[in-house]
Design a protein around this ligand. Sequence first.
Ligand SMILES: [Zn+2]
Length: 246
Amino acid sequence: MGVNWVSAWLIKTPAGPVLIDTVHEPFVDQLIANIKACGVNPADLKMVFVTHGHFDHCGGMKRLKEIAPKARFVMTKRGWDEANVDAKRTHQGGRNSFTMIPQDLVAKDGDTFTFGNFVMTVLETPGHTWGTASYVYPVRDGNKTYRAITVGGLGLNAITGPDQVGAYIDTVKRIRRMVQDPVNPISVHLSAHPFSNGLMEKRFLLPHTDRSTPHPLVAPQAFVKELDVMESNAMKRLAIEKARKA
Ligand SMILES: [Zn+2]
């Protein structure tokens, strides 16, 4: 539902629509129009899962709450705190001004939210920020079900020191183990930043009608490569941060 820079993912669960992330101004009108274009009334949103407290992921929360007053909003405790700090920063002359909503639901690692037979699982994945969450959920192509993830933060742009880079590396390793899990692997990465893994190009391959071929978004090997690049960039950054601290 989002734009090339930042995503929002709409999921039609059996118990109503839920959303991951909210984009930011001036794109919230576009988000709302995109939700409607999928045949969903934004007022019917049941829950909005937010990955982390940066303006580009939570900048649309306030307007969505106005449109969907019954919707619940989910972040980690630290995510809520970071969002309040970021909103305050933008009010002190920072760019991309946004206003936070009051704290709503607080999610912890391993928490699940159930909507009929659809289950959303929360992972606390510190690294991009300390409070970043990722979300794991089932997706369907025809009668096949896959496990998807929206990784909450990809960049090393908000790093405050070597400890945080260490947490980032641990998070990347944890997600890679889940992609390589022999029993119930994650094989779809619905990215929080679509430009980062070619999603804007892949959308021209949709809808996927020839089910004898793999779905273009079911790409575990490409996802492992993404994670490898993230880890090697983080290793370089770790050396820089350690040298800075020394
Ligand atoms: Zn961010």
